[in-house]
Design a protein around this ligand. Structure first.
Ligand SMILES: [Zn+2]
Length: 148
């Protein structure tokens, strides 16, 4: 498993170094960089393999909207071919998951996102956070399995 990656600073938009389970500060603007602990592995794995994320949330206990669902979501940066790379990865992963009846992911647009940004979310959002966080780890292990 990778313990770190380059990550986009939400504040100054530069790529800085991020180390798992550490107090991370942007090398350039010194702003604290916080990634929710339950999705840290997946965020690091994505950024490590060149899919840039611009923000993320592990989900909250109370949920939001009418459904009161709560689920992890990772915002994908719109730079270069970032979304296309992520779509390719998710497609590959979903094919594998489909065979073994596992959980799939999707990349969707959202009204709160900037024009070309997309979010990575579990397909089955109503599952409950505990199970979804396990799915996050399975996806992260799949990605890091390419490299280690
Ligand atoms: Zn910064």
């Amino acid at each position: 498993m990778s313990n770190g990656c380059f990550i986009l600073c939400e504040n100054c938009k530069k790529e800085t170094i991020y180390i798992k389970k550490s107090q991370n500060k942007c090398f350039y603007c010194k702003k604290k960089i916080v990634v929710d602990s339950k999705i840290e592995g997946l965020v690091v794995a994505l950024n490590f393999c060149g899919i840039k994320t611009s923000s993320s949330c592990q989900g909250h206990g109370s949920g939001f909207g009418d459904s009161k669902w709560s689920f992890p979501c990772i915002v994908l940066s719109k730079e270069n071919n970032n979304i296309e790379k992520a779509e390719l990865l998710v497609k590959k992963y979903n094919e594998k998951q489909e065979k073994k009846g596992g959980s799939e992911w999707s990349i969707v647009a959202h009204k709160f996102m900037q024009k070309h940004e997309r979010i990575l979310v579990p397909k089955d959002k109503g599952k409950g956070l505990k199970e979804l966080w396990e799915e996050v780890d399975i996806f992260a292990r799949y990605i890091t399995g390419f490299f280690f």
